[in-house]
Design a protein around this ligand. Structure first.
Ligand SMILES: Cc1ncc(COP(=O)(O)O)c(C=O)c1O
Length: 348
């Protein structure tokens, strides 16, 4: 609050020194050379794709099991999302299915580190190098997550969201991370109406800038991120240990060699459970426990995508949509509240 007040009193509210400082701190946290702050995660994805040269007629391989912004950003560029099914354990893009979907039009791969768990980056990187494809990472749910000790968002061009539910927030906001100076320069131009020099517009751009108010919040939140993540991981461990042996429920799988930062703690409610996932959700709500389904429909089955002619069958994503339920895992939960969640589920 003090940081925001200082910005308000400074008289410089948008795209100023606070944004610059936040970008430098975030780049250093992720381990990338450059960071470009944006008005949202969606804007970060849109800019990152445009700055990578993705445009009309190009194909981008991505996951059908994500928030819709991932695929929409590809459509915004006039390109086509090509959906590859997910790994049923990690919920991330299944690398073994990528090669079969590569065509002469494929320009990039856009995996999503869903729920805070990194995708299988070794395999995805191998495919991108072998087939000369650009790697973009949707790390909107994975601030601070690591694959083999390396932070996500530093493998390819990283895109982050700072929406209030995320592991850290700026109210609304986003960030692009990259080691590529040309991409960084193009991204900065596209963020601000395609200009490098004031009122000289070299390319088509947008107003996707971050305010200094948001950046001031981001600087404070970034300092707390590791502690927030530690608490999320501890809460996830507490819940996993106690909910592990219930027939029909499966607790999150954690892949070897990753740091999962539990943006969500998402269980599966299978047919063997004594009631449906939606009934469980309602019963928990009646007891004061709010849960959420991330996500009830895969992207290729969303009305807007059906309208575009998508009709493939992607069984792992579809099954996940029918079974997943995210329980509270955020840093403010007390041990008493965590116990209450466990006991309520056991009683049900
Ligand atoms: C996986 C994923 N991608 C993209 C976004 C878009 O971010 P934003 O809401 O900041 O535009 C979000 C978050 O909402 C997300 O969870």
């Amino acid at each position: 609050m003090e940081a925001v007040e200082r910005v308000l009193r400074s008289g410089r509210l948008a795209q100023g020194l606070q944004v610059e400082e936040f970008e430098a701190l975030f780049a250093s946290y992720i381990g990338s050379k450059y960071a470009i702050a944006t008005s949202s995660g969606t804007a970060a994805l849109h800019i990152a794709l445009l700055a990578s040269g993705i445009g009309n007629g190009d194909e981008v391989i991505t996951t059908p099991f994500s928030f819709i912004a991932t695929a929409n950003a590809i459509l915004f560029c006039g390109a086509k999302p090509v959906f590859v099914d997910i790994d049923k354990d990690t919920f991330g893009l299944d690398p073994s299915l990528i090669r079969a979907r590569i065509t002469s039009k494929t320009k990039a791969v856009l995996p999503v580190h869903l729920y805070g768990q990194p995708c299988d980056m070794k395999e995805i990187l191998r495919i991108c190098r072998e087939r000369n494809l650009i790697l973009l990472e949707d790390a909107c749910q994975a601030h601070g997550a690591e694959y083999r000790g390396q932070k996500v968002g530093s493998f390819g061009i990283g895109c982050f969201s700072f929406y209030p539910t995320k592991n850290m927030t700026t109210g609304e906001g986003g960030m692009i991370t990259t080691d590529n100076g040309d991409i960084a320069e193009r991204a900065r131009m596209i963020r601000s109406h395609g200009q490098k020099e004031r009122y000289i517009h070299e390319v088509l751009g947008y107003n996707y800038r971050m305010t200094d108010i948001a950046a001031a919040i981001g600087i404070c939140q970034l300092k707390k991120l590791d502690e927030f993540n530690r608490q999320r991981i501890e809460h996830a461990r507490f819940l996993s240990e106690r909910l592990d042996k219930i027939t029909g429920l499966s607790v999150p799988f954690i892949a070897p060699d990753v740091k999962h930062v539990f943006h969500q703690f998402t269980i599966r409610v299978t047919r063997d459970f004594r009631m449906s996932r939606d009934e469980l959700k309602q019963k928990l709500k009646d007891k004061g426990i709010v849960t959420e389904v991330h996500y009830p429909l895969p992207i290729h089955k969303q009305p807007v995508y059906k309208e575009l002619g998508y009709n493939a069958s992607l069984p792992n994503a579809e099954k996940a949509c029918a079974e997943v339920l995210s329980l509270p895992v955020h840093p403010l939960l007390t041990e008493e509240e965590l116990d209450y969640i466990v006991e309520t589920i056991k009683n049900i």
